[in-house]
Design a protein around this ligand. Structure first.
Ligand SMILES: Cc1cc2nc3c(=O)[nH]c(=O)nc-3n(C[C@H](O)[C@H](O)[C@H](O)COP(=O)(O)OP(=O)(O)OC[C@H]3O[C@@H](n4cnc5c(N)ncnc54)[C@H](O)[C@@H]3O)c2cc1C
Length: 308
């Protein structure tokens, strides 16, 4: 379903993010998790787009499998980095043919193993350029929906690390939305005040599309260390850090704190009528299922009622 229709039908959306698995075992784990998450009836799910060739194909495979074998509505992530216009056009054509409704358009980061890659070879430098191109593609009417693809973009409540000037960073976000994005999904954050302030700053510069809050529970000592590498620029608020540091490498307690914290964040977001919550699942079901259970909701429509 086109993302504009999804937002029209759901005053509060709940969505889940997966990444393309690299091995057979990882694929098994992903599809088991999907089975457990499906009954929560998210408004949509999304599949990230990797840096390397094989994971890129795997994104396509997972998106199509979700579309054809589950009740879930997949949003395909697409990044500009290391792609020619012909590549991007081919990917869009395949998704259009398969009836995939929505794309999350991203610049993407350089693959770790290609630090010297010259980005001037890429057809599109910034996500805005990719959004513009998807609109041109939509104008060709190759998509079964006459509007073409719905388009999402990324937002960074704590700022994006490549642009230390936070005011300029917001100007870039505004350009990206004005290019024709239908919604913003945010980077994970651990202090809701950063999200609320981000939403208000968006409002002040006339960004009026739905903003979906990215939530990621910390589930182990290793993930606590990995998250800041995945989400450059983010911080753990002192109150959370104090709790986490008390347990150092005690995964069981760190997991408990992580899920408690994410549950409280969701509770507060719902109290404040958030437009949507996007759970970074890391291809696991347990934490998201647990958060729904703790909030007393059997599925997403019950969770939405908490925000009314
Ligand atoms: C919800 C979400 C999902 C993600 N999914 C993926 C994924 O699937 N695969 C993946 O590889 N990465 C993913 N990322 C990471 C993302 O690709 C990187 O953080 C990337 O560095 C920024 O992407 P962007 O689309 O926000 O880029 P942009 O919007 O292009 O912004 C990147 C930087 O460039 C600056 N900028 C923008 N326009 C201009 C301009 N005209 N002139 C100068 N500077 C400019 C911005 O201020 C910002 O600092 C995701 C991030 C989020 C928040």
């Amino acid at each position: 379903m086109h993302i504009r229709d999804i937002f029209k039908q759901n005053p509060t959306t709940f969505s889940f993010e997966f990444f393309p698995p690299k091995t057979h075992e990882a694929a098994e784990l992903l599809y088991q998790s999907i089975k457990k998450l499906e009954p929560l009836k998210p408004a949509f799910v999304s599949v990230t787009y990797g840096a390397g060739g094989s994971t890129r194909e795997m994104t396509h495979e997972v998106v199509l499998r979700l579309k054809t074998t589950t009740t879930l509505d997949p949003v395909a992530h697409l990044t500009a980095v290391c792609h020619s216009e012909q590549d991007i056009c081919g990917i869009l054509q395949r998704y259009a043919k398969a009836g995939i409704s929505n794309i999350l358009a991203l610049a993407g980061d350089l693959p770790h193993d290609m630090p010297c890659y010259d980005r001037s070879q890429d057809a599109f430098r910034y996500a805005t350029d990719l959004v513009n191109y998807i609109h041109q593609f939509n104008d060709q009417k190759l998509h079964p929906d006459h509007r073409g693809f719905g388009i999402g973009v990324a937002g960074f409540p704590e700022g994006h690390p490549d642009t230390p000037n936070r005011v300029t960073d917001m100007t870039h976000l505004k350009q990206k939305v004005d290019a024709g994005a239908d919604y913003i999904c945010t980077q994970m954050f651990f202090d809701n005040r950063d999200f609320y302030d981000f939403c208000q700053r968006c409002e002040l510069i006339d960004i009026n599309v739905p903003i979906v809050a990215g939530i990621m529970p910390i589930l182990s000592a290793a993930s606590m260390k990995r998250i800041p590498q995945m989400a450059l620029g983010m911080r753990y608020p002192a109150k959370l850090l104090r709790k986490l540091l008390k347990y150092q490498d005690d995964d069981q307690n760190i997991r408990k704190i992580g899920i408690d914290w994410a549950t409280q964040q969701c509770h507060d977001l719902l109290d404040n009528h958030v437009r949507g919550i996007h759970f970074y699942t890391l291809n696991r079901a347990m934490a998201t299922v647990e958060i729904y259970r703790r909030l007393g909701a059997a599925d997403s429509s019950e969770l939405a009622e908490l925000s009314e």
